[in-house]
Design a protein around this ligand. Structure first.
Ligand SMILES: CC(C)(COP(=O)(O)OP(=O)(O)OC[C@H]1O[C@@H](n2cnc3c(N)ncnc32)[C@H](O)[C@@H]1OP(=O)(O)O)[C@@H](O)C(=O)NCCC(=O)NCCS
Length: 181
């Protein structure tokens, strides 16, 4: 039930965070703070290096990855167990200096495949605030279906309190379009 430690994702490499990534991750967050603060609940305050070290070291069941571009921290993404037993939710952020290069799309596409390859995973979700156009473009461009828009807690300053829930489901065995001649 564990996705790979490293996943090639087109222009970037996804790799599980390691303790030694903390300084580069902390700098990437600080450099992009104004870009992350409106949308990411964990970017309420500028983190100290010690806080970033703690986040990386904290044990947990989720699968958190760094996005690396030529060895540089370009962002972060992950697969999260917070929507039920057979569901993984994808989250992502990209450092401002690497925005609009297709990295979030590449990361979310690779994580979608990795999640649906895990035994028992039937569905992958991407949730984003209704006003977060950049984030919504990611699942839309990957062929996710907008399942619903629902009230949600406001956890970051730009959030409206309404979340889009984008969904991709595992195709049933044998359903490769042949049933719709
Ligand atoms: C949302 C975010 C991860 C997008 O990352 P990115 O690497 O720049 O996105 P990509 O380059 O992969 O682009 C993916 C799609 O989003 C679109 N997009 C990216 N930034 C956009 C913007 N600011 N406004 C509108 N569309 C945007 C791209 O055009 C592309 O769509 P296409 O494939 O139809 O052309 C990035 O802006 C970010 O980190 N934002 C702050 C944190 C955040 O909001 N995280 C998500 C919380 S749910």
């Amino acid at each position: 039930m564990t996705p790979p430690e490293e996943i090639a994702a087109g222009p970037i490499l996804l790799r599980r965070w390691r303790a030694e990534d903390a300084p580069a991750l902390n700098l990437a967050i600080l450099d992009s703070f104004e870009h992350l603060h409106p949308w990411m609940p964990w970017a309420a305050e500028r983190p100290s290096l010690e806080q970033t070290e703690e986040v990386i070291a904290k044990p947990g069941d989720d699968f958190l990855y760094g996005m690396f571009s030529d060895g540089e921290v370009a962002g972060g993404c992950g697969l999260h167990w917070r929507r039920g037993l057979n569901v993984l939710e994808i989250g992502y952020w990209v450092a401002l200096r690497h925005a609009r290069k297709g990295y979030a799309r590449a990361a979310a596409g690779a994580l979608t495949e990795a999640a649906l390859a895990l035994p028992g995973i039937e569905r992958v979700e991407i949730r984003c605030d209704e006003a977060n156009e950049a984030s919504a473009a990611v699942p839309r461009s990957l062929g996710y279906r907008l399942d619903r828009v629902e009230p949600d807690a406001v956890l970051a300053p730009a959030e409206t309190g309404r979340s889009m829930v984008w969904v991709k489901e595992r195709l049933p065995p044998g359903d490769r379009g042949l049933s719709n001649p």
